[in-house]
Design a protein around this ligand. Structure first.
Ligand code: URA
Length: 253
């Protein structure tokens, strides 16, 4: 996952990737004698460097190269899981330039009104593996459902329910967390683990048993769990432990 075997590359390309500005910004820095490689002042911003073996410094600051970025976002409602859109705010609009220049993209989609765990990365291989239908990566959701969710629904979800397009879902684990009597009727608070990711899947599964999802939040995806300390709309890089879990669980099977 870390790309340690990467061969040499142009210094200006590497520094641009790491957020030190455009190629012409780097050229200017080099002209001003602000960039060193292994202690020697750089003369040519297009020189070849090894991202891990060479010690690169800009303005005295050591550049520690990383090819990939992995961000856990606590997605708020009201933004779409896309990289750009002409009308809507996207999850990328929530990121600072420091992360955006890595060109991350969301791994899978949450609906505009769905909250919770969304992984953003520029690691195409990892994203592909997490989304691969043959892997059946589990995803856990918590939802508020209008209606009286019961044993019968759980049994139907275990068997698989037929969605509006005729697709029969894989076995999913439905747990009733609590219930409340509201003015508009019974509200059920549930958690659901699904092992696939069809369009609007959770909402459509409940529709198949005659109930409506009012609120939906993803709390887990594969080995990743939404950090309870992460406020809604905030994000952070995955920590070492989470990265290890991901690479162990997904990439090194
Ligand atoms: N299922 C849904 O219906 N919506 C989501 O955002 C995710 C899963």
């Amino acid at each position: 996952m870390k790309g340690q075997g990467k061969q040499t590359q142009r210094l200006d390309k590497l520094l641009t990737h790491m957020g030190f500005g455009s190629r012409s910004d780097i050229k200017r820095q080099v002209k001003q004698r602000n960039v060193t490689v292994n202690g020697t002042v750089v003369k040519d911003s297009g020189m070849q460097v090894h991202p891990y073996r060479d010690r690169i410094e800009v303005d005295g600051e050591t550049v520690s190269y990383k090819p990939f970025i992995y961000l856990m976002l606590h997605k708020p409602p009201g933004v779409i899981s896309a990289t750009e859109d002409v009308r809507e705010r996207t999850v990328l609009d929530l990121l600072d330039e420091e992360e955006r220049h890595f060109s991350p993209f969301p791994v899978g989609r949450l609906d505009k009104d769905t909250e919770g765990l969304l992984l953003l990365t520029n690691d195409g291989k990892l994203a592909h593996e997490l989304l691969s239908p043959r892997r059946h990566v589990p995803k856990t959701y918590e939802a508020t459902v209008a209606g009286d969710v019961g044993e019968e629904d759980a049994a139907r979800f275990t068997e698989g329910v037929e969605l509006d397009d005729g697709y029969v879902t894989m076995p999913a684990q439905l747990t009733l967390l609590s219930k409340k009597q509201a003015e508009e009727g019974t509200l059920s608070y549930i958690s659901l683990v699904i092992h696939e990711g069809k369009f609007h899947q959770v909402k459509r599964m409940f529709e198949a048993v005659g109930k409506k999802v009012l609120y939906l939040k993803r709390t887990e995806m594969g080995p990743l769990r939404l950090d309870p300390e992460l406020p809604i709309g905030a994000y952070r890089e995955l920590n070492e432990e989470e990265l290890a879990l991901l690479s162990r669980g997904i990439l090194e099977e």
